[in-house]
Design a protein around this ligand. Sequence first.
Ligand SMILES: Nc1ncnc2c1ncn2[C@@H]1O[C@H](COP(=O)(O)OP(=O)(O)OP(=O)(O)O)[C@@H](O)[C@H]1O
Ligand SMILES: [Mg+2]
Length: 225
Amino acid sequence: MNLPDIILITGTDTGVGKTITTAALAAALMAAGRSVAVYKPCQSGAATGDLDTGEIVRLAGAVTAEAGVVLQEPLAPVAAAAVDGAPLPRLAVHAGRVRELASSHDHVLVEGAGGLLVELDPDGGTLADLGSLLAAAFVLVARPALGTLNHTALTLEALAARDLRVLGLVLGSWPSAPEFVHRSNRDVLGSLPAPFLGAIPERASELSPARFRAESAAWLNGLPA
Ligand SMILES: Nc1ncnc2c1ncn2[C@@H]1O[C@H](COP(=O)(O)OP(=O)(O)OP(=O)(O)O)[C@@H](O)[C@H]1O
Ligand SMILES: [Mg+2]
């Protein structure tokens, strides 16, 4: 599987399936014999049980997984850090840790918080800025529902404006009984210049980890061979 060392996973919104997509990508890479680290620069919502790295390890298996900072409230990082009274690491700190992980793993998958332009540090640095610092490629996770075409176009435009490389698009949660709107959106998203990498079935997180790992490469069948 011919993928870059450092891949940043962003979404058109929060809750679109970045975590499950990151887990599937990690599982597919590991099935291809690659070592994988997952890094979540800012994890919000620990008090309500949100821990994306834990979910990724449960589903994907033996990946190194860590968060740069863990915040209690289910809020954007700057707001959550203010409530906790915790300092947010600067982007350079995240970039340094990602480079360290890249030196000891074949791939590092970095899952953003919310969408591309959410502020991650006290200087207003975003995942887009982290992508520039690391010269990394992006996977964009989108919804299949109404509204996704605009959100996807906006995010792709923001990536293009910064000369950031897009590996491709993933639908984070593909319904088991898709309606016309879902199929129509999938057709449109599948015909954009950005490659369409695949779709994760809804309820994939309820599969046994063994099945999740066995099926992940098939869900992401648009990944470069
Ligand atoms: N394909 C899927 N299978 C099962 N559950 C899913 C799927 N996609 C999304 N979900 C569920 O929807 C919710 C949001 O998904 P997820 O946590 O992956 O979003 P996210 O984009 O990572 O959000 P965040 O910005 O909080 O990191 C979770 O409860 C997750 O379990
Ligand atoms: Mg997540």
